[in-house]
Ligand binder design. Sequence first.
Ligand code: FAD
Length: 427
Amino acid sequence: MAAAISASMAAKNGRAAWRVVLLEKNDRTGAKIRISGGGKCNVTHSGQPGELLEKGFLRRNEQRFLRQSIFGFTGADLLAMLREQGVETEARADGNIFPSSGNAMSVVRVFDGLIGQHGVDLHVSCRVKIVRKSAEGFFVETETCGTFEADALILATGGVSYARTGTSGDGLSIARKLGHSIVTPAPALAPVYSMQPFPGELSGISLRQAKLIASSGTQNAECQGDILFTHKGFSGPAVLSLSRYIAEFSAAGETRLFADLLPHQGREELEKILLFQATENGKRLVRKFLQSCPVAPPAGSFSIGAHGTLPTAIVPYILRFSGIGENITWGGLTRDMRKSLQSVLKRFPLGIVRKVPLDEGEVSAGGVSLCEINPKTMESRIVPGLFICGELLDYAGEVGGYNLQAAFSTGWNAGRNAVRMTQPAQE
Ligand SMILES: Cc1cc2nc3c(=O)[nH]c(=O)nc-3n(C[C@H](O)[C@H](O)[C@H](O)COP(=O)(O)OP(=O)(O)OC[C@H]3O[C@@H](n4cnc5c(N)ncnc54)[C@H](O)[C@@H]3O)c2cc1C
């Protein structure tokens, strides 16, 4: 949609006559925007474009690739466009920006409105089946609405997760047939299924601000944030963020997950805290201490802060994994038990990963290889006149509005350049 709007705007400014046609497989536009951010649409992230790239895209090659698009159509440009069309937005404390109405539909309506205003010829329920390139241009065959010929073609068919929203990977096979290399799609921002999920009593419980550690052979990856227990394994921001690595690790070998429940306490500091309990609170139950254990206290200050205390339901598991009975007091704790408790608090075992489900990812990694696309224009380096944008490309952003912004920015870039760089054939 962003590509079609920017192409139409560029066409109006140019000398040649263009007709911009948008072919959408679903019976309406913006299926993913409608469900994004839990129906509230985290449309972008606050901050300068450089910060957005750095926080939103952890891989350097992705940052480099997206740079010109994100600087060309920034978060501020997007918000101004929404405001002009009557949609106010607000940033939350974490920098995530949503429409103030809390309704993703307001964003879809802006894009639908602009598509109408700029005279884009929209065809819905129109699945593209085949694309061929010849000296005359592109030939596009659809399932239900006939054929189209075009001087320039923009592929913006999205990733491969949530296939029910229309993203079933058609664009990948079209791009492959046109000569592009495809990096195998892989899950990102996805939940993780465990070999032996924790009992249902923990489902829905969060380990707030813990550090999630994924470990496979010599490979390790970690991320701090909330970890949510689900009936099949884990979800929540830290899990979603690390899921791309977890999927890569588990494709190569057994991957185990751990949670550091006190990420800011080094082993030395934690040892002092536990020793203090053992010497000063001999009659107190270890269980009681754990039940009042603060969440993510800063280093050097072991007190309860904004995030409260560890969830009570997790305490029996900490005790069990440490080999400590429910009724043991600090006085009755052996040195080995104390050491074991220390290691469980720093590396609470979450079990072995069974699967990272590709279809359940908010985005999918993989897609059309970035090396084959000119980042200045989004034009294919393989097929002149072909432009590729959005999640169909081999990048995947973090949670926080980065993925929609990348789709809008690359789409904007592609649309503008498809018109600027292509000379339409004379009728
Ligand atoms: C549950 C969920 C929540 C999300 N929440 C957020 C969020 O809050 N913030 C954020 O930044 N990102 C979010 N994302 C990610 C974001 O929605 C996507 O990264 C973004 O929509 C990608 O945009 P796109 O235009 O590349 O692809 P899409 O938005 O997926 O659009 C591709 C379009 O191409 C159409 N299409 C596919 N094949 C064909 C064909 N053969 N012929 C014709 N049309 C075709 C599809 O029907 C679809 O409408 C979320 C994703 C999901 C699944």
